[in-house]
Every structure is written in C-alpha cells, then in structure tokens.
Design a protein around this ligand. Structure first.
Ligand code: GAL
Length: 686
C-alpha cells in the first residue's frame, strides 16, 4: 500500500472520526464516547480546536490535566489524535487585556470577542500568544504515540480574512516595500497618475478602506494578496515550532474548498497534506457537482497527494436559513465520492452533538437523540465499510485533463469597474461540471504548473496572466496537446494593467485571433427571465444549430484560425464565437462566450474525443450518477433522489437513490455490479 504523510501514522486505515470536543461534557460521557467510537470503528479524532480558554485560562497559566486524561483514554482505545494547536479562538482574557488583537472591518467597525476567530491576521500580540501555546502543545504531546498529525488553527480566514486595523496597515506597507522596493515602482504598478493618487512615501499608503468611488484596483488586489499571505504567515509561525519539535509529525490546517480569500496554491506548499471542510447543501441539486469540484481541487493542490476530508456534516448544518437533513444514504454517498476523488480520510464536525452554544443544532456523529438513530447507524455502517476500503489509501491517479484555477483572476474579476460582473467560480464550475458529467477525471492546475502530462488544458477566464504563465500555456499545443482558452483570459497583467500587445497577450499568436471589443450579455436577472427558461443569446456552429449562451459575447478578429461557431444576435452577429487552430503539433481553441450547460457538455465531449481522452460508457447518463476510478476500485455513486439502473462499460449496475457501489475493477461487459462489491481483507486496528 503506497504511503503518504496522511496515513503514515495511521497505517492500513483511512481516517474516520471527527472533531471531538470532550470539554463540553462531564467525564462519565467520555467513557460512553470511547465505547461508541470503537463501535463506529473511529480511527482518528481531532482534539482541542477551540480549547484555548481552558488550556490557558489566564495569561501564562496552563492546565493540561483534562487533555492529558482524554489523550490517554483515546490512545488506550487505539484511536489516533489529530491534535489542534488550540489557537483558533483567543480566550476572553486576551480580548480584555490586549484589545489590539481585535479585527476591524472595511468600514472601521471593531469586532468583539464572544464568538470566535476574533483576531486580526496581523496582530503581533495574537501571534506571540499563539506560537507560545503551539510550542507548549508540542512539548507536552509531541512524543505521544497517539499523535498522528498537527492541526494548526482552524479554517483560517473563515470569518476574518481581512482586517483594516492600524497594525494591518503597517504590515501591508511593509509587504508593499518588499514587493516594490521603491515608492516609484509602486506608483508605476498601481497607475497612480490616474485620479491624483501619486504617493511620495510608503507612509502615505493605506489599506483600501471604504472610499467615495472605485478604489485603486492594484491596491485592492495587492491587499487581497497581502491578506492571504498574512494569515499564511501566522500558520507558518505555528508550523515552524511544531516541525522543530516534532519533525516526524505531519502538519495541516483545514481548507474550505474553493475559498476566495486565501490563495490555496500558496498555502498548499506549506502544509504536509491538504485537509478540507465540505458542507454541500442537501437541498441544492447542484451539490454533488460542487462537492466534486472541491474534492478535485483539494487533490490537485498538492499534485495528486491524498488528502483528508477533515469536516463534513452527518446530516443538517445550522448556519443556513433552512437546514435540510441529508437523505438516507446521502452521507455515505458524499463520503465515498470524496474517497473516489482522492481522500484518505472521512471526518466530521463533530463527534457528539452539543447541547449548548452556537452549534447545538448542527448534526454530529452522535446526535441529540443518541446512538439508536439512523444517523449513528449510518456512521457505524460507514466506519465498517471504510475499514474494508483501506487498500485504496495512498493511491493516486494520473489524469489527462486539467483546468487552470487562479486566485488572482478570481480576485480581479470580482473587482468594481470591470467590463462585466463575471462570476469566476461559476464559470470554472460549469467547465468542471461538463467533464464531471462525462465521468472524465479532471485536475486543477496553476498557469505555471508542469502541464506536460495533460492532453487537454482548459483555461477559463484567466483574466490576470503573467508572461511566464502564458508561455507555459503555449507549450500545450506545441507538444501536441489541446489548449482551450475562454473569454476574459489574459486581459490584464499581474499589476492589473492591460496586457501589452492587446487582450490575450502572447496567446494571440497561438490562437490565431485577437479581440477588438467586449460585448457582455445582459444579466439573466435584469431581464427577469430564468437562465434556463429563455436563452439570452445563442451561437450556431460546431455545437449544433443555435445553442444557448450566457454571460459574454465579443468582437473577435480572426487572423489564422478556423471559425467553428458564430454569434447569432446583437452587434456581434456573425463574429467568431468558437475558433480552432492547428498550432505546433497540437490544437488551440478559443471560446469567446459561455455556452449553456448542455452545449458546454457537448463541447467537452468534442474536446476530449479530439484529445483521445476516453470517458467510461455510462448508459443512461444522468445528472446525479458519477463513476470514478481510484486505484483498483471503481466507485459508482448515485446522488439522486431516484433509483438508477443502467450499464457502465457494458456491465449492469442497479442503484437505489443515494446509493453507491464500489467494485474491485471496472464493471466488465456483461457483469452485474450488484454481485461484485469489493471485500478487501480487513486490516488490524492500529
Ligand atoms: C466549520 C468549523 C467547525 C464548525 C463547522 C460547522 O466552519 O471549522 O468548527 O463550526 O464549520 O459546520
């Protein structure tokens, strides 16, 4: 079985467990917890995430007695510990004695304590205390045999990702000095000759607070970059003391899927493995696709390394307006989806449902109603099933299709005063979904990633592009692959200046097109029609006769490419909407719009088949059934509310609603997956 930092200390098992908050319960309950954990075949729990106020009840006075006790009990039960550094939420004494730690919102409001995460990312006071607690934790538990990983902080930036306090402003200025060295360089990069913004010293530069009109775009994106870096510095400060004390223990912090405030490409380089929190809405039919994207992104952040699903809910959350429960089987279906997409562990928030505090109505592994419930029965069954699937741990897939994902572009497209209100994540999601619906596995990559193993690389709305990124993308057709570039790509350079040589920059030559003018389409809401009910516009060509488009059209000049589809309506009528050029020994496509979902799926099918990427033959295809291979296993998951019966590469599969089957290999033509559930040998408990 291949090893990875994830499973090094949990050999032969997937992680299965959750956040365990024993401090919310009297110790009699702990005995019951451990008994039930054993029943559910829990292998790992995350301990201490919000324990700071109990571990350090007064400044400098530490009390580890209760934690020692529970760590010992868990170890005796053979349960591994993902130990938090407990720094996710500062204790009340810090708020009272050091109010400078408190974050300030863009309009100047100082946030108070009394909930959680009430610290400014740049607070040196918070950092000093956090690093001290992390080192105390490392000293005390670093050699404990139950320790399987360090869990630094918790969901960095979830509530406070940017702070506009004076210490943040000072830290921003110093970040800018590192980046630009001189104020003239900054003036040049920010284009401060516009609107009388010229600075004569760094001391005049502030964080981008609420202002009368559009703030300087480069100042805003630099503040986005700085704020992601400021939190990452905090993580690194804690990780450094942990690594020094316990070099053999992997360090992680839990991500939140495609979370806009933090550039997870940078973050992923600093963790030993990626872990993720994922709460798809059971009431949203799009949830399985959204979850699949998160899982693919998490696997891709460290280039295919297995990751941990660190938190999910067994059923309902309590932070939406109406909190739908997961349907019977839904928890298992999403858990197996995660394993299929590279997870080596399935964990929850939280083990036992709280009876007090802000999250008492959030589901847990042991619900208020106790263990004689469908939730706990499902947990126990999943624990046993995951024990049987242990053989999959450590396995990686080599995928042939990649989609570029880029935080700079996400930040830039969200700014004011852009040509249109393009929802970057929605565009990326639609492209990902088009391949996901065809069961073609997709990795995410950075513009500068090594692309040499991919046959097909899609670049959706990469509005901010560096020269290095553009040259790297151009290598795809050069060496025989297919490059697909969409509208709003390479419009700006990393300083948010317009690309030298015009929109698309150096890709103009590769694609054989240039863009004369944008013509964004009316927003569906503005016309009062539902996007699916009435197409706002259409194109005709390679995707069929008149297919719906949304978001975008533009005037494209074609120098050297085949026009495969043209716009049907408006000022752009007759202008190229999709082009294709034989470039190098490969192909370069330009897609000047956003085809509706059915057409985008058709385009994905066309692109995949031109690149020789084969999809499993699934009949009938359904929006809710996905087929994923990992290692020797094929996972077939029906996320839908209806049963599904069909064939996969000729083998019959029959699934109830929210059911899944894991087969030892692709269902062979003529076989019946119902009789082929895998039963790998059970591994001994660690
Ligand atoms: C996460 C968090 C957990 C819990 C959970 C509820 O954001 O890390 O502590 O709050 O959400 O869904």
């Amino acid at each position: 079985m291949p090893s990875s930092p994830v499973t090094e200390h949990v050999p032969g098992r997937l992680w299965f467990g959750g956040d365990y908050n024993p401090e919310q319960w009297p110790r009699e309950v702990w005995d019951d917890d451990i008994r039930l954990m054993r029943e559910a075949e829990v292998t790992v729990v995350t301990l201490g995430v919000f324990s700071w106020a109990l571990l350090e009840p007064e400044e400098g006075r530490f009390d580890f007695e209760w934690l020692d006790d529970i760590v010992g009990r868990l170890h005796a039960a053979g349960i591994g510990i993902d130990l938090a550094t407990a720094t996710a939420s500062p204790p009340p004494w810090m708020v009272r004695d050091y109010p400078d730690i408190l974050p300030v919102t863009v309009d100047g409001t100082v946030l108070s304590g009394g909930s959680r995460q009430h610290y400014s990312p740049s607070s040196s006071t918070y950092r000093r205390f956090a690093v001290r607690l992390a080192s105390r934790m490392a000293e005390r538990y670093g050699t404990h045999p139950a320790l399987v990983a360090w869990h630094v902080g918790n969901e960095y930036g979830c509530h406070v990702s940017r702070s506009f306090d004076s210490e943040s402003a000072e830290a921003f200025r110093s970040w800018l000095k590192d980046r630009y060295t001189t104020i003239d360089r900054l003036n040049d990069a920010w284009g401060t000759s516009f609107w009388s913004q010229h600075y004569t010293s760094f001391e005049q530069v502030d964080v981008p607070k609420v202002a009368p009109s559009t703030r300087n775009p480069t100042q805003v994106i630099d503040f986005d970059r700085f704020s992601s870096d400021a939190l990452l510095d905090l993580f690194k400060a804690e990780a450094e003391v942990l690594r020094a004390a316990t070099p053999g223990i992997p360090v992680t912090t839990n991500f939140m899927g495609p979370f806009q405030p933090l550039d997870y490409w940078k973050w992923a380089r600093e963790v030993d493995f990626v872990s993720d929190d994922s709460y798809p809405d059971p009431a949203d039919p799009d949830s399985p696709a959204t979850a699949a994207l998160s899982r693919d992104l998490m696997r891709s952040l460290r280039y295919g390394q297995p990751w941990i699903l660190m938190e999910q809910a067994t059923s309902a959350v309590n932070w939406r307006r109406r909190n739908a429960p997961k349907p019977a089987g839904g928890n298992r279906a999403l858990s197996l989806q995660a394993v299929a997409h590279g997870a080596d562990g399935i964990m929850y928030f939280q083990w036992r449902q709280s009876t007090k505090g802000a999250e008492k109505f959030h589901s847990a592994m042991v619900p208020h109603a106790g263990p004689s419930t469908r939730i706990f029965r499902e947990v126990v069954a999943l624990g046993a099933e995951l024990a049987d699937l242990a053989g999959v741990t450590g396995t990686r897939e080599s995928n042939r299709v990649a989609i570029v994902f880029d935080w700079d572009s996400w930040w830039a497209l969200d700014q004011d005063a852009m040509p249109g209100d393009i929802d970057y994540l929605a565009i990326v999601k639609d492209w990902h979904r088009a391949f996901w619906r065809l069961d073609i596995p997709v990795d995410f990559v950075e513009p500068t990633s090594d692309l040499s193993t991919y046959d097909l690389v899609v670049v959706p709305a990469l509005v901010v592009a560096s020269d290095a990124g553009l040259s790297n993308l151009a290598t795809v057709p050069d060496r025989g692959g297919s490059l697909v570039v969409t509208f709003q790509t390479a419009i700006l350079d990393p300083e948010l200046g317009v690309q030298q040589g015009g929109y698309l920059g150096s890709l103009q030559q590769v694609l054989g097109v240039s863009i004369d003018e944008f013509a964004p389409l009316a927003h569906p809401d503005e016309s009062g029609t539902a996007p699916d009910a009435s197409p706002l516009s259409s194109i005709t060509g390679c995707l069929g006769k008149s297919v719906e488009i949304s978001e975008w059209s533009e005037f494209v000049s074609v120098a050297d490419a085949e026009v495969l589809a043209t716009f049907d309506e408006g000022e752009v009528v007759g202008s190229a909407a999709i082009t294709r050029r034989n470039a190098g020994s490969g192909v370069a496509w330009y897609v000047a719009t956003h085809p509706g979902r059915p057409a985008l799926r058709e385009l994905a099918r066309l692109l995949a088949s031109e690149s020789g990427v084969l999809a499993p033959d699934v009949e009938p295809r359904s929006d809710s059934v996905e087929v994923t291979k990992r290692g020797d296993l094929t996972f077939v998951v029906n996320h839908g509310n209806e049963p599904w019966a069909g064939t996969i590469d000729g083998g019959a599969v029959d699934l109830a609603a929210h059911d899944a089957v894991v087969t030892a290999a692709a269902p062979a033509p003529g076989s019946d997956a119902r009789t082929e559930r895998s039963q790998p040998a059970r591994q001994p408990r660690p």
